[in-house]
Design a protein around this ligand. Structure first.
Ligand code: GCB
Length: 619
């Protein structure tokens, strides 16, 4: 067979697809509060390891950026001519339930890194008015989307939302959506190929068909400013966006603020905070129903109001110094076969372990933006959040495409979540060895964060150097990025990855910049739940060793004068292909304080007791 296209009856000249970014695509802030049809449920899927559905028959034009687009409306084409050759017959392919990783359906695909096709059909809502959007909560990692065989565009990044305006493209009755998701990380992606977590390729968050009036509120940010006022910024899109009257209302506070957009559809206003306003805090996570009415559209959200700032070495929440009693968390539900499908129940169970079990007030959502289900749950349950992008270990610092990808991720994450009171810290990176190229890259991200959000703190989890001083080990932070961060953060594993004896850990000295608050963004040790060693010096991987490690590290922490919080590594054992010790790990990183099924290890109690004492200072 020579020169025939495998999928398409017709050949179309190669043409680049539009990349969906915050600049090219609708933002649909607070999209989860909008009317729409949830396309979760059964979808057909088909593996495509050679990416033939995107390339020519002989493999020409690889990669998503320059693909030729093909008529993927295979079902229709088959009906028209059943003699045609179609290698991919999605309507007859196996079915999986989305959102989730493909390994939900096919556990043998756990380590498959490549392209997967998904397809389903759905009826367009009858009597459609206004605009329709297809919005993806997240698909990991690179995505190309077709509606009724026509390409809508592509997206890069596995953890942030993107949307396409499909108003003119829906047809009455059945519509067909086809999605190609490529999970393959490369030297240029964010994160790069080597990480310490499971990649979970797939459509991992909800896909929704969202409807709005013709002119709608595309972006809105309602917040408390650093000086305690309420401020709104809104952006309208559509034919009536310019010079449009609108109202911000918070009924419970009796607030009704009228305004008008400028010629470009933008509105900004600030008012004094109503006296009755109760500020959001972990102890009292007060949220308010907020609306912005603009023409036929009403934008909604539930928002808490608080201030977060740094003064000297203190972190102040609502003007009062706070100690962040936290833990780190991967996006994995509790259970033997997690697939990164975070439901409200899963988020509640995980955050409940932190809030009620550990007496915590803080969570580090590592190492990438978690589902909006999770950040909303943190708002509701009262947990302060560290939110992070997957700029992890060694990304291609000198590659301008990689920088562009990371910058867009930062923007997508912030624009999705800047109405969440729980989020206090935006982090731009995790454990990135210092080089000039890395410093330039990360400084760009820090200034992007500040331009998008001047009400929160900026941080990054940094590395430190260990040396031997006259009285014991010395840990030194010598990272020029520290100058541009509000909160310094350090990952430290003395006694686990270092030769230190646990008995010496409390005596370790710390040399960190003196004028800023410091948090330990990580520390931890592996333990297999149920493995005990009650000897005088317990061995690694035992619950006793992990508990001793926590005791020693907490004693060390108590001696660091600028320490203002911590998020040890990690709440729950999580899947990692790097962790193959056959006796203890079996594919899991065992640094959890609970096992994958939720069993609490001894160290859980050690941290819970420590946090309880911090939460209730002696009278
Ligand atoms: C780290 C990384 C984290 C790893 C952890 C570990 O420093 O930030 O992603 O999982 O150590 O367990 O080694």
């Amino acid at each position: 067979l020579v020169g025939a296209a495998p999928v398409a009856a017709q050949e179309v000249a190669p043409q680049p697809l539009t990349l969906a970014t915050v600049k090219t695509s609708p933002l649909l802030a607070s999209a989860d509060m909008r009317d729409g049809v949830d396309l979760s449920g059964p979808w057909h899927y088909s593996i495509d390891p050679f990416r033939s559905g995107l390339a020519g028959f002989h493999g020409e034009v690889p990669g998503l950026s320059q693909q030729r687009y093909l008529d993927l409306d295979v079902g229709k084409a088959m009906r028209d001519d059943n003699r045609a050759l179609f290698e991919f017959d999605l309507p007859h392919s196996p079915v999986t339930t989305l959102p989730s990783s493909w390994l939900t359906e096919a556990p043998e695909l756990r380590h498959y890194q490549g392209l997967m096709w998904y397809q389903r059909s759905f009826p367009a809502p009858a009597q459609r008015k206004g605009r329709s959007f297809l919005r993806f909560g997240a698909a990991n990692y690179a995505t190309v989307v077709y509606l009724n065989g026509k390409p809508l565009g592509r997206h890069e990044g596995g953890f942030t939302p993107f949307a396409f305006d499909v108003t003119g493209l829906l047809r009455d009755g059945d519509n067909q959506i086809t999605v190609g998701v490529d999970s393959q990380a490369t030297a240029a992606t964010v994160p790069p190929p080597v990480t310490d977590w499971e990649n979970y390729g797939g459509i991992t968050r909800a896909v929704r068909l969202i409807s709005t009036p013709d002119t709608y509120v595309d972006d809105a940010w309602v917040r408390m400013t650093r000086d305690g006022k309420l401020a709104v910024e809104a952006h309208l899109r559509g034919p009536q966006a310019g010079d449009q009257p609108l109202h911000l209302r918070i009924a419970k506070l009796g607030l009704d603020l009228a305004g008008r957009t400028d010629a470009k559809g933008n509105w900004r206003a600030t008012v004094a905070a109503p006296r009755a306003l109760i500020r959001w805090s972990p102890e009292r996570p007060q949220l308010y129903d907020v609306t912005i009415a603009a023409g036929a559209d009403t934008w909604r959200d539930r928002i808490g109001f608080r201030t977060i700032e740094v003064r000297g070495t203190d972190i102040l929440l609502n003007g009062k110094p706070i100690f962040l009693r936290g833990i780190s968390l991967h996006e994995e539900e509790i259970g033997t076969e997690p697939t990164r499908a975070i439901t409200q129940a899963a988020a509640r169970a995980l955050l409940g372990e932190i809030k009620d079990g550990l007496h915590g007030n803080y969570v580090r959502l590592s190492h990438y933006p978690h589902s909006e289900v999770m950040t909303r749950m943190a708002d509701e349950m009262g947990l302060i959040v560290w939110s992070e992008v997957p700029v992890y270990w060694l990304v291609a610092w000198s590659n301008p495409d990689t920088l562009a990808t990371a910058r867009n991720m930062v923007a997508e994450n912030i624009l999705r979540d800047r109405n969440r009171a729980s989020i206090a810290i935006w982090s731009v990176a995790n454990e990135t060895p210092v080089t000039d190229a890395r410093n330039t890259f990360l400084r760009t991200l820090v200034s992007d964060v500040r331009a998008l959000d001047d009400t929160r703190l900026v941080s990054a989890a940094l590395l430190v150097e260990r040396s031997q001083g006259p009285t014991g080990p010395v840990m030194t932070m010598a990272d020029p990025l520290a100058d541009v961060l509000d909160v310094l953060a350090i990952n430290t594993y003395n006694g686990w990855y270092t030769p230190d004896r646990l008995a010496d850990v409390p005596g370790i000295s710390w040399r960190v910049p003196a004028g800023k608050p410091l948090v330990f963004s990580e520390f931890g040790a592996d333990a297999r739940a149920g493995f005990h060693d009650i000897g005088a010096a317990p061995q690694k991987f035992s619950e006793e060793f992990q508990a001793d490690f926590y005791r020693a590290t907490l004693a060390m922490a108590d001696r660091v004068p600028t320490l203002r919080g911590m998020s040890p590594w990690i709440l729950k054992d999580f899947r990692s292909p790097r962790r193959q010790n056959p006796d203890f790990q079996q594919g899991w990183n065992r640094k959890g304080l609970i096992s994958e099924t939720g069993e609490r290890k001894q160290a859980f109690g050690v941290l819970a007791t420590y946090y309880d004492a911090k939460a209730t200072p002696p009278a």
